[in-house]
Design a protein around this ligand. Structure first.
Ligand code: NAP
Length: 270
């Protein structure tokens, strides 16, 4: 029985933990003493991450394979957690993806899947587990992006999806802080060594090199900022400047620059 009388064991649930930033976040949470549960679609990759965490000396994380963009994916994940006697005290909403191209040309269902995963699944998990997170005075770390701060011609749905994540996180931060619950949006700049670039169709040099950071340092900055009670964490000074400019400059200029850049990039991608 946990300290608050619940029969379920409190855990940190990390989505998108089979690779990239999510796998690194799982490693950091485990190293900091949290009991971690890993979820993503690919069970084999999840088990590889779990084995690595066990080798490092932390308890081996539980692995639950689920497609969070599928209609029944979250329900199945929640049932598997409860059946294992576990409930989230911490939730790391990291699973997400983007696609590059004109919105009119990218497959509509693929673009809707961005919303299903980046927004619908993140919101469902957040609302579904708010009760246990609040009881344990835990928290929610949502992985957004520097894309959250500006409209993104060429990645329109992705940028909009991350703006939603940032807005939701900031509002929940305010709503829940008096209950002792942390809510933080981690907003990384580009990290081309993860699978994100490949799935999005982005070449490795799509963004300026000065913005690039490795997934491990993003995860460490995210964990420290989250535990430190920060509302938003943007790892790296160059990325922080990118997020500051859209708040200082007029919207028409930010939007116009994005459109101009996309028209140049689009030619290079074709
Ligand atoms: N890399 C970057 O440049 C960058 C920059 C800013 C923000 N981000 C954000 O960081 C987060 C992690 O991205 P990453 O760079 O680490 O990319 P990644 O290596 O592609 O990781 C994405 C994770 O999400 C999981 N996932 C994808 N579709 C899923 C689905 N339908 N159901 C459940 N899990 C699913 C993937 O695992 P499976 O394939 O096994 O399902 C994987 O574990 C994303 O939210 C992304 O938007 C990335």
């Amino acid at each position: 029985m946990s300290s608050d009388g619940s029969l379920l064991t409190p855990v940190c649930l990390v989505t998108g933990a089979s690779s990239g930033i999510g796998a690194e976040l799982a490693r950091v949470f485990a190293a900091e003493g949290h009991r971690v549960v890993l979820t993503a679609r690919h069970e084999h990759a999840l088990n590889t991450v779990a084995d690595g965490i066990a080798v490092s000396g932390a308890p081996r994380p539980q692995v639950i394979a689920a497609d969070l963009a599928a209609a029944d994916g979250i329900e199945r994940l929640a049932r598997a957690l409860a059946a294992a006697g576990l409930e989230p005290a911490y939730l790391v909403n990291n699973a997400g993806f983007g696609l590059v191209g004109d919105a009119a040309l990218i497959d509509r269902n693929e673009q809707l899947r961005i919303v299903d995963l980046n927004n619908r699944a993140l919101t469902d998990l957040t609302l579904r587990f708010l009760d246990s997170i609040t009881r344990h005075k835990g928290g929610i770390l949502n992985v957004a992006s520097i894309a959250a701060f500006l409209p993104g011609p060429g990645m329109a749905v992705y940028h909009a999806s991350k703006a939603y994540v940032l807005s939701l996180s900031e509002a929940l931060h305010e709503e829940l802080k008096e209950d002792g619950v942390r809510v933080c949006a981690l907003c990384p700049g580009p990290s081309p060594a993860t699978s994100f670039f490949r799935r999005a169709g982005l070449p490795a040099d799509y963004f300026p090199a000065v913005l690039m950071r490795d997934a491990a340092s993003i995860a460490r900055a995210g964990y420290d900022g989250f535990m430190g009670g920060h509302r938003v964490v943007v790892p790296g000074k160059p990325s922080r400047i990118v997020t500051l400019l859209p708040r200082l400059l007029p919207r028409w200029l930010v939007r116009g620059f994005g459109g101009w850049r996309w028209r140049r990039k689009r030619r290079a991608l074709m």
